[in-house]
Each structure stands twice: as C-alpha cells, then as structure tokens.
Design a protein around this ligand. Structure first.
Ligand SMILES: Nc1ncnc2c1ncn2[C@@H]1O[C@H](COP(=O)(O)OP(=O)(O)OP(=O)(O)O)[C@@H](O)[C@H]1O
Ligand SMILES: O=C([O-])CC(=O)C(=O)O
Ligand SMILES: [Ca+2]
Ligand SMILES: [Mn+2]
Length: 648
C-alpha cells in the first residue's frame, strides 16, 4: 500500500484513512475499517449473460433461481441413498464469511430411522473455482502444495504415484455381462451392484463429513455432437485443478445451461475402501458403474485415475455410436494432414505430438468419427522425468501458473524444480490446459488422419527406428500393443520387460480388442491412412549395451512421415518381422535404419530378434480364435502379418 509522502508517519504501520482527511490526499483509501477495505479488494465476477437493467444488482432473481437449482442438483449428487434425501449444501468457502444462498432444504417427512447427525450439518460446495482460488485452497489446506519458481502448483499425490489397474472394478449386470470384455487379459474385473453401492455410500458419507467439497462441472470431447457432461466431486483442490485442466472448460454461458451431468465421479481418494466389502482386495478401489453413470474412487489420491476412468467410460459410450476411441496423441500439419500417435505409457505420444511445426489436437485421448478426429480432453498430461528446455521447449514453457506439477522435487528456497530427481517417483507429471501449448488447434478437432504412427519403445533394440506397415501389419501391431521398457533403471543392467497391451491401452478398453481393431481397419481403409511403426527405444544393442534413439532423430523420422517423403522412399524388407524399412531418411544416419547394422554382435542380434518374435507370437495366440470384422479374411491376413519364425 502506498504511503502518503506528507503523512509524517513513515515508520509506523500503514494506517487506513478516509480520503476527506484535512489534507484531502487521494493517496489514502475511502474505507472506514479493515473489513471494509478488504471488501473493496474483490469485485463480483460479472454475470455471464449481460442483464441490461439493474446494473447494481449482481444477482437478478433468475441468477438466484439458477444458483438454487445448481445447489439442488449438487445436493442430489451428494445424497445418501439410505437416509434422507440430501445434505444441506452451501455455496462458498466455510472460512470466508461470504456464504451464499442457503437453499431451504426440507426432506420430505423422513422417517426417524433415516435421520442422523450428518443430516444436520452443512457441506460447503466450492463450485468450478478458478485456478487462482484453487491455488489458495491447496496452499492453505493441503500439505505438500507449493508454488514453483515458474508459477506452477507443486502437489503430492500421496502414497500412490501411479494408477492401480488391479484395483479397478466394473459392475457386472445384465447389460454389461454381455456387452463388455471379461476374463483373461481383460482390464474389467467384476463387482456386483450391491458392493458398488456400499462403496458409493462410503465415498458419499466421507465427502459429506467434510466441511467442504470441490465440484467441477465440465465436458469431454470437442466434437459438439458427442460431448459428455461430467461432474467431479472431490475433497482436494489438487483434484479440482487437475480436472479443471484436463477436461474441457465450459464457458460461463455453457455452465448456465449445464443441467444434469451425464456422468459423475465421487473422488473420496483420501479415504480407504473396506476390505470386508465383497470384491475388495486392497484398501484402494476404483469402481465404475455404467448403468448408474457413476465412478467411485477410494484409497488413492493419484489424479490420473479420474482422467483414465473417464477414458474407460468413453471407450464404452463412443463405440456404441460407431465412434472409435483411441489412446493416442494427435496433431495436424499446416496443410491439414492429421497424424495419430499410438503407444503405451512412456513411448512418446505427448512428446512427439507436441511438435513446434504442427498444430496440437491432443496428446492422449481421441475419438475418430465419421466427421474426423476430436480430442476428448481439454488438457495434456506430460511426463516430467528428465524434462529439458532444449528437447521439449513447448512442454517446458507450459509449466507455469495454472499447471499442476505432481510429485516433483524442488529447491526448498528458490522452488526451482529438479526434473532429474526421482526421490518421490519416476512418474512425475505436469497437467496443463491445452492452450498452454502455443500452436494448439482450437477447437481440438481435425479431418480424417493420413498417418497412423504406432510407437514402441523397444528396449531390446531389434525393431527398426521406422517401418512402413501394410494395413494387416498395422492391425497386428495395434492389437499386440507392444513396448519394452526397462524396470529399475537405477539398479544396473536389467532385462528389458516386454509389455503387450491390446490397442495400446488395454487398461482402458471395455469391449474386446478386436472390436476396436475392426473399426480402426475400416476407418484406415476408407480414408486411405498409412500405418507406421516407430521404435523410440534402443539402437546398437539392447538396454545396457546400446542406447536410446536420439529424440532429434525420431523427430526427423516423424517429419519425413508427415511431409510424405517417406511414403515414396526406397524400401527393403526385414527378416522375421517382415517390416519395410527405408534406405534413407533426411537428417538421420542411414546405418541406424537397419538395426542389424548397429549391433556389433550379429549373432546376439539374431537371438534377441527371435526371442522378441517368440514373445509376440505367444501374446497373439489369445486373439487368433476371434474373428475381426465382417468376414474371416481380415483375421487370417492379420495373423499372417506377424513375425514368421522359420525353424530351419
Ligand atoms: N527417441 C525418443 N522418442 C520419444 N521420446 C523419447 C525419445 N528419447 C527419449 N524420450 C523420452 O521418453 C519420454 C516419452 O514420454 P511421453 O510423455 O511422450 O509418453 P506418452 O506416450 O505420452 O505416455 P503416457 O500415456 O503415459 O502419457 C519423454 O520423457 C521423452 O523425453
Ligand atoms: O494415466 C496415467 O496415469 C498416465 C497415462 O497417460 C497413461 O498411463 O497412459
Ligand atoms: Ca502422455
Ligand atoms: Mn496415456
């Protein structure tokens, strides 16, 4: 606060003075009290639709009515299903005196047995807070929340720093029993409706026991005809800001018309599930009920569960509308050419779709419909381990005010993040709104893809840096969903671990993989898309002797795919995997294009290649008994497009 020059009291505490003091100075405030001064600081947000008359009343009767309806809707979301109709909800922070609109909530003649003390208390609702408000909530109330030197919000996700796929449950009822993929290899582990309700009640009771909950009303999917309205009820500002960034943010006008959500998440992750509950095998449970359109989270605060839980929902809802949901990144060139980037975690979807020379449509979850592609999300979720300004400038610059930084380590005084530090976890992450990437394509939609790039981080070092795939090879590798990362990178040399995850995201799919594969084949064929396999992993030997392919080389390869130069290059076919590899790529040393050249020990190369081929074959066996598409020809072609191990 500026101090008046002729005040004569420069050393004392600043005084609040009235401006019609004797000196009539304009440098003093008009407020009479500190409270009044504070009340001047915050201006009411303008109502989203201009109301014409009554410029002084910020809330016209219809605004009031709308607020009441919204609180009733939230009260219904939070209602216990075994007691009275819903908790008393109040808008605003309980710590601030400005509490708005207590709805007159009168349960309809509840029987005494249904009345409990919890029915007498209020639950404050912090509804669609802004990033600044969420920062303040996090810093005030959530241990481990700090502002980093670039303005991001550093948070801790608690004991869980990654997803828990084994704790995911899906309600098996008459409908889902037949519709979903169950059994071996499926990510859908069943639970019954009753156990779901036990967990739901547990989550709702926990949330209602708090002074306040956060509620986000947002959208999924940039395709306006297939948009899904989601409500996220959570206990932490971290969760609310994460979803604010990751889902599509409604405009004030859209929020006014929001109405009833299509899907609701109850995130009670701070509270464990009860292992006496049927189907519970740990204190963590992520439960999906498609009939009720609800998800319950207990026993994990890792925010990625919400993001990927909703992705599972989309993997159910979209194929019903003949829309293919994809675990892929997506970008578009200046001339409108769209590329999809599939790959398991850590293979480069976010890194390679964030390309300074192209428009970003999205980094992780998309839909491919009759109209083209659309991003499901409103934000990106980038891995931060070893992040550098040089290699990934756009992601680096996106880590600023508003961005959630999970589980990173920083200097205690300057709050400069050390991205190399894995003390909390190797899975450090940044969640930021997509418009933090400068060349974003808004709205995040594009025409039909021209290139479908399958990313594999092959730590065995035997897959070529790039190969052009036939349609059946694309399907073979899509269904296989291969990558091989190295487990404990710090404990010296370890065998790479091959991972096969159908559709490059088996943890999120709800139907049998062949359903998605058939849709992809049809769309690629109809729109003339070319498939590519890009190894972002090892070259010159397996993990331990070779090294990871330079990101700059991979970027050159991707450039050549986008430009169309690679489509017409000269090719040769590899042994065993039968992959077409180019003789040259601009900016990439030719000798690395055939991995055999880069291995000093040719015998070791051959053995490792055969070993990997065997792993592919074993994995694919479970799919050979399924038919893909309308007739059996495609299935046979796809099986034949895998590696051929000649025993002779
Ligand atoms: N040649 C390369 N190509 C791609 N990424 C590379 C390469 N070399 C190193 N990397 C690193 O590998 C990581 C790829 O992670 P990225 O976040 O892009 O994975 P993702 O596929 O988006 O995973 P998720 O689905 O978990 O978000 C980054 O940290 C990147 O810097
Ligand atoms: O969901 C997460 O935690 C991160 C992610 O994108 C993935 O694993 O594919
Ligand atoms: Ca990613
Ligand atoms: Mn992902």
């Amino acid at each position: 606060m500026p101090t008046s020059g002729n005040d004569g009291n420069m050393n004392g505490p600043a005084k609040v003075r009235n401006h019609d003091d004797e000196d009539g100075s304009k440098t003093t405030v008009t407020a009479q009290t500190i409270d009044e001064l504070h009340s001047l600081q915050k201006k009411r947000s303008a109502p989203s639709t201009p109301k014409g008359a009554q410029p002084n009343s910020a809330f016209s009767p219809s605004d009031e009515e709308r607020t009441k309806q919204r609180l009733e809707s939230i009260s219904a979301s939070l209602a216990s299903l075994t007691r009275e109709s819903g908790p008393k909800v109040v808008k605003g922070d309980p710590a601030s005196r400005r509490v708005e609109h207590v709805p007159h909530h009168r349960p309809a003649a509840a029987p005494t047995i249904a009345v409990s003390d919890s029915a007498l208390k209020f639950t404050h609702v912090l509804y669609n807070l802004s990033p600044a408000e969420l920062y303040e909530q996090a810093i005030k109330y959530e241990k481990g929340s700090f502002i980093t030197s670039t303005g991001a919000l550093a948070t801790l996700s608690g004991a869980k720093t990654g997803r828990c796929p084994r704790d995911k449950r899906v309600v098996k009822d008459e409908l889902t029993e037949n519709e979903l993929w169950w059994g071996k290899g499926s990510p859908n582990i069943e639970m019954d409706e009753h156990s779901f309700m036990v967990n739901r009640e547990r989550a709702v009771d926990y949330l209602n026991s708090l002074d306040k909950v956060f509620v986000n009303d947002q959208f999924l999917n940039w395709d306006p005809e297939n948009q899904i309205k989601v409500r996220i009820v959570s206990a932490r500002a971290y969760h609310s800001l994460f979803m604010h960034n990751m889902c599509i943010r409604p405009t004030p006008e859209e929020l006014e018309k929001f109405g009833t959500p299509d899907f609701t998440i109850y995130n009670a992750g701070l509270f464990p599930c009860n292992r006496y509950t049927h189907y519970m095998t740990s204190s963590t449970s992520i439960d999906l009920n498609l009939a009720r359109k609800e998800m319950v989270i207990l026993g994990t605060q890792y925010a990625g569960e919400m993001k990927k839980g909703l992705f599972s929902v989309m993997h159910y809802l979209m194929p019903k509308r003949q829309i293919l949901s994809l675990h892929s990144g997506c970008n578009m060139g200046k001339s409108g050419d769209v590329a999809l980037f599939f790959g398991l975690s850590g293979t480069g979807k976010t890194t390679l779709s964030t390309d300074h020379n192209r428009y970003l449509i999205g980094d992780d979850e998309h839909c491919w419909s009759e109209g083209g592609v659309s991003n499901i999300e409103g934000g990106c979720y980038a891995k931060c381990i070893d992040l550098s300004r040089e290699n990934e400038p756009d992601i680096w610059n996106a880590i600023k005010f508003g961005t959630v930084l999970e589980n990173v380590v920083f200097d205690e005084h300057f709050r400069v993040v050390d991205y190399a530090d894995k003390s909390v976890t190797e899975n450090t992450r940044a969640a930021y709104p997509i418009e933090y990437i400068p060349n974003v394509k808004l709205p995040c939609v594009g025409p039909h893809p021209k290139n479908v790039i399958l990313l594999a981080c092959d730590a065995f070092g035997v897959l070529p840096p790039v190969s052009k795939l036939s349609l059946s090879q694309t399907m073979y590798h899509f269904i296989s969903g291969y990558t091989a990362l190295v487990a404990g990178t710090e404990e010296g040399i370890k065998e790479p671990q091959a991972t096969f995850s159908a559709c490059f995201g088996a943890a999120f799919i709800m139907l049998h993989p062949t359903k998605y594969a058939a849709m992809l084949a049809e769309k690629m064929e109809n729109h003339g898309a070319t498939g590519w396999l890009v190894n972002t992993g090892w070259s010159g030997g397996s993990y331990g002797s070779g090294s990871r392919i330079k990101l700059s080389y991979t970027r050159k390869i991707i450039d050549a795919i986008h430009s169309g130069n690679l489509l017409n290059a000269e090719y040769k076919k590899t042994q065993i995997f039968g992959l077409e590899i180019p003789m040259g790529v601009e900016g990439v040393p030719s000798e690395i294009l055939d991995p055999e050249n880069t291995w000093p020990d040719k015998q070791a190369f051959k053995e490792t290649l055969l070993k990997l081929a065997g792993l592919f074959k074993n994995n694919f066996e479970t799919f050979t008994s399924y038919q893909i598409g309308e007739n059996n020809n495609l299935t046979q072609e796809i099986v034949a497009a895998g590696p051929i191990i000649d025993e002779a």
